[in-house]
Design a protein around this ligand. Structure first.
Ligand code: GLU
Length: 294
């Protein structure tokens, strides 16, 4: 009798996404990220998702979100399935927090920015992480009784990850950077990062990992500035037993003075470009990007 050879498993379908925060008008750097991810998904017969990361209720605005959808149309980028808006899923993020809290991996932090700055200044040589000074751990040692009383009294607080404890639990971590191989993670360098903001049961780190897992994202394509965050994302994925995507961090576009484009510094927005009647190809060309060569 002839042995039956099972079919080799089909390669998983590529799923990638563009996940802007509607906290300002997008600039050409965002268009670059969106365009790369879209083109990759289309070239590979994969899926391209659009996710609006609007958990920051103080900065997210409907007009910015509307502009993102307009920008996508201007760029000629279509996406698969409905747009996911993070504000509509806060209860899901709260469940993840609950799980981590039950495992004693989170603690409430009552510090204001000023408290942290003062503490860091007083300590003389506070360690610096990828995002500036590492949280000095002021609230990490509060007794659970005192912390509970402060919460009960309505004191504003965020929730921080006990990063060292979490990292010890999961052991060494790395990730696949497309075209570069495995990259070793150092989550400890970030200190106790915020997993739930004061105003929301989630933070960028928590929600992005949750949604990438839920939406089956296999390839995270995003700008180089978010590369350090991947250390924390791998830690969260590992703690939660979520799959690990491959990463492809890309270079950042700069303006004519060589400065990184940034929403905050008022880089020329896509809205301004499209309202001026400039085509995406022309806008990219002016920034030294040839779409055909990407
Ligand atoms: N929402 C993030 C931002 O606009 C990007 C999230 C990501 O690609 O991981 O910077």
């Amino acid at each position: 009798m002839q042995a039956v050879t099972p079919n080799p498993p089909l390669p998983a379908q590529l799923v990638t996404r563009f996940a802007p925060s509607p906290t300002g008008y997008l600039h050409l750097g965002h268009a670059f990220a969106a365009w790369r991810a879209w083109r990759r998904a289309r070239a590979d017969g994969g899926r391209f998702l659009l996710r609006i990361e609007n958990i920051d209720a103080t900065r997210a605005r409907p007009e910015y979100e509307a502009a993102i959808l307009e920008d996508m149309r201007w760029l000629g980028l279509d996406w698969d399935g409905p747009v996911r808006r993070q504000q509509a899923h806060l209860a899901d993020y709260a469940l993840v927090l609950e799980d981590l809290r039950a495992r004693e991996l989170l603690y409430p932090c009552f510090c204001t920015r000023a408290d942290i700055a003062r503490e860091v200044a007083a300590s003389g040589q506070a360690p610096h992480g990828p995002d500036g000074p590492v949280y000095p751990g002021t609230c990490a040692t509060l007794s659970p009784r005192i912390a509970a009383a402060r919460i009960e009294a309505g004191q504003a607080h965020c929730w921080r990850l006990r990063t060292a404890r979490a990292a010890a639990l999961v052991g060494p971590l790395d990730y696949e950077e497309e075209g570069q191989g495995r990259v070793t993670c150092d989550p400890g360098a970030h200190g106790d990062v915020v997993l739930a903001r004061k105003d929301c049961p989630g933070s960028y780190h928590l929600c992005v990992c949750h949604d990438d897992a839920l939406q089956g994202v296999t390839l995270v394509m995003r700008g180089e500035e978010l590369r350090p965050a991947t250390d924390i994302h791998r830690l969260i994925q590992s703690l939660m037993g979520w799959p690990q995507p491959v990463y492809a961090h890309h270079r950042l576009l700069t303006d004519e003075r060589g400065q990184k484009l940034s929403k905050r510094d008022g880089a020329l927005s896509l809205k301004t470009l499209r309202e001026a009647g400039i085509t995406p190809a022309e806008a990219f060309r002016r920034a030294g990007v040839d779409l055909a060569q990407l």
